[in-house]
Design a binder for this molecule. Structure first.
Ligand SMILES: [Fe+2]
Length: 164
């Protein structure tokens, strides 16, 4: 079995900055959404927890970049701008999970190519927190979908025999 090629320093720095921009975009996006009064109590708490994870990831990535003697990017990923056009919670949560899955995949691909043990540990933990947040977000999506169905049923009551 061939061993994965280790990342060059340039690749490593570019990778960390790419993640930093993505996590910053996620943190801003979640901060926008959790302040909306439309967010019900059952959505706000898990989104707030995810937002804290994104902010903590930014801090961890900045630390790794500084430990590598590199300058952390100040940019915010395009995810934040695109997320602003989404109005329904179903759209938002789906979009959020596509972003989370993208980050999780990128980290999974990068892990075998890293030499630094601290970076490996930090990024493996970041990958795990993304997996956990993807599960949480999937559950929120299901609860949003079933709340929507209940609302549709109460607006358009169906004959009893069709409501099974
Ligand atoms: Fe993230």
């Amino acid at each position: 079995m061939s061993q994965a090629t280790l990342m060059s320093r340039e690749e490593y720095v570019a990778f960390l900055n790419l993640l930093l921009e993505a996590e910053r975009a996620g943190a801003h996006t979640l901060a926008d959404w959790i302040d909306e009064p439309a967010a019900g109590a059952d959505i706000r708490a898990p989104l707030l927890a995810a937002q804290r994870d994104e902010a903590r990831n930014c801090a961890s990535l900045i630390e790794l970049l500084m430990a590598a003697g590199a300058k952390p990017s100040m940019a915010t990923g395009g995810f934040h701008r695109r997320a602003r056009s989404l109005c329904t919670w179903a759209e938002r949560l789906s979009f959020l999970n596509r972003g989370q899955a993208w980050v999780e995949r990128r980290i999974a691909e990068a892990l075998p190519r890293l030499e630094d043990q601290t970076a490996k540990q930090v990024l493996a933990a970041m990958r795990e927190s993304h997996r956990a947040n993807i599960d949480v977000c999937d559950r929120l999506l299901r609860s949003v979908a079933s709340a929507r169905e209940r609302a549709a049923v109460s607006l358009h009551p169906m004959p009893h025999k069709e409501m099974q």
